[in-house]
Design a protein around this ligand. Sequence first.
Ligand code: PRT
Ligand code: ZN
Length: 296
Amino acid sequence: MLADRSRLHIALQKSGRLADSSRELLRDAGLRIEGGKNSLTARVGNFAAELMFVRDDDIPTFVSDGVCEFGIVGQNVLEEFALGPTEPTCEVLAELGFGHCTLKIAVPESFAYDGPQSLAGSRIATSYPRLLKRFLDQAGVPAEVVEMNGAVELAPRLQIANFICDLVSTGATLESNGLKAVETVLESGAVLVRTRKPMDEVRTGIADQLLSRIDGVLATKESKYIMLNASEEALARITALLPGAEAPTVLPLHGRPGHFAVHAVCQESVFWETLQKLKGAGASAILVVPIEKMMM
Ligand code: PRT
Ligand code: ZN
């Protein structure tokens, strides 16, 4: 397959935990993905990009080599790759707000764990041997790393290893296998990565457009548009309470001298507590609305 050099290439997980959210992010950025879930590549109908659907483990290599200019991958996979023999030539541009999980060391529930030294001399099964080894080295604990490609949680029962080091999200898998988490090796989530290999002018331009759209999508996820009314004397107190808002718009209210409408984009979550504080500071008719699109 000869890559089209006038297009941007984006590597996404073909199927698995990151696949749907990755596609959704690109769709939210306005990219119309042409082609079904089973193809290996898909063109984007309305943007100069082509998607490549691969195993998540291959994404750091593809982006480092410059085969794909962009990729979406878990930090766990990326950092494990970065500790490997080939120097990664890619950079993390953004955390994407999905795929959250934690790489943890877990031991049988009945095991009396008393700090990292309890791991000394044990065998620990994992799919992340380099991250685990780094953790053990930093803790100064000698233990044997047993590499497994799946079903890591079965290792203690099968007597392949004493303990495990695996990704945890809800904790249900550990629990149903009679294990408890005792140490955190890495906090992870999906990230957008870009190659450090030089790009020609055309693709640099397309990449900038894509990034600006993705930034906009990420910003709108957290951001809210807030509107409220306030008297002049309460304005300073109220604007100080607006979370992550720069330079709110203040407009006089028709027919109510000394009263104003305040409009602001809040770049952080707006909680009920914040609304209560705003009300306490003299705000009324408070409205919080989602933002659909934003470009800064
Ligand atoms: O085929 P391919 O190689 O692309 O996929 P894969 O099987 O290697 O990966 P996949 O789809 O399982 O996960 C892709 C990425 O999702 C991971 O690299 C993480 O960045 C992220 N992620 C988020 C997770 C989890 N949460 C997760 N819970 N990846 C795996 N798990 C597994 C974990 O290994 C364990 O088996 O889920 C189980 C634990 O889940 P809980 O909810 O019971 O704690
Ligand atoms: Zn994988």
